[in-house]
Design a protein around this ligand. Sequence first.
Ligand SMILES: [Zn+2]
Length: 511
Amino acid sequence: MQVSRKPKKIAAIAAMMAMLSTTSIAAQMDSHKTEFKNFPKAKNIIFFVGDGMGVSTVTASRIFSVGIDGELTMDQFPHTALSKTYTADHITPDSAGTMTAMMTGVNANSGVIGFGAETERQDFNNNGNGERLWTLLEMAKQAGKKVGVVSTARVTHATPAACYAHVNERNQENAIALQALPTDATYNERLEDGIDLLMGGGRRYFTPSGMTDEEGESGSRGDGRDLRKEFQDAGYTYVWNQSGFDSLAKEDLPILGLFERSHMEYEYDRPNDLGGEPSIEEMLKKSIALLENNKGYFLMVEAGRIDHAHHAGNAFRALTDTEAFDKAIEAAVNKVDLRDTLIIVTADHSHVFNIAGYPMRKPADLQYNIGTAPASYLDNDMPHQHDGIFDVAYDISAGSGSISTSTDSNGIPYTILGYHNGPGYRSGPRIDPTVDPFPGLTGANTQNPDAFGNTGSEHTQYLQEAAVPLGSETHAAEDVAIYGIGPQSWLVHGTVKNTHIFDVMKSAFKY
Ligand SMILES: [Zn+2]
């Protein structure tokens, strides 16, 4: 068996080398299907989590980013599955429960990080927490691999925290930060000498309240401790802006990067940041370069703000952050050796976000002549090539071939994108009296990320319409997609519980 396989494996490697040298993603994806089964073990795993990146978000981002018949990088992955996201106590989950499930293989309760289903949020039964579960990051660290946690959200937020912390209330972010600090009494000793690379937002939980940070904003630590300093005393290199990030080299490990007081900027708003922030693609590339070593690495990369833009009812920032996330995935495929690196892409849960009506495709897509059409439909001069996804819906008359704006039962146009609930509710009592009841529907505002001229506040951005008034739009319970490439990624198939993602990664590491 060994003897007969060996030449085949070498031939496969040779074929792969030839294939990889073309550096075409399509070629790598193609060869993956036939050749990669010869590489059963992963030295490295990159786990990409698009927070709140449900299937409708992927579809809308595809239309926006590469066109309706284009392909995102994640679309090109050879192995896909549907992932059931319910937690042990909720039909519609949150990130704490789902990320715990994906990182430990155990379905947990919403709001709880790193404990199983017997541990309820905030231990309201006062019966103590259950056993701490083992996370894949802890297992990787114990096996001598380098480990990295990168997020555009706060590094103490639920998704990144579920890689390295154990706490029965996800909002205890001050406590979560301490579990990553090697010199603290509550340190998670399974992390041995520490998380090698921890990057994202969340400086406020590392800065004492009453103290202003590097960008002039206040800290949130009631205990008066300056963890920026304590991490440095524990051997970490600390950076907080673009130039600090740019200067990072391997010898700087372990590294703590905190680029914003709270979550990092949305990709669209990033150029306005005071100290400058790296993009998620830059963070991904740098992380691979820093973590690469003989024993391998585990790297979790979260696009944490897709979720936040949806909660705010602003599809533009959700889609532009998803587009930036896909660029990071593309960079990973191009940078790693897919024979020894497993890449998994998934979401922790979906959102109540819809692509609705029967909207026509853009004029340039049509292969027949149309009759009359409103100028707003024919207008294609917006900065983004495929911005039509943000437009109002247009339909065509089968009798005349003329195009007109689709209207609702009140005769009012509606956008293609919308939400089941959230701050974009348009009638009855308004969430925010400054929101025009039908903003933008008479102009190009639906396509403008800052229709109301204010880049700072969510409520002055264009908000897609919501059916149910809520201050914050909610998650949704339907399945999300899993995409896999690299060793053991063929285990990504079927309709599975999200705990299966842990099983796949564990199997690839051969633990
Ligand atoms: Zn959320």
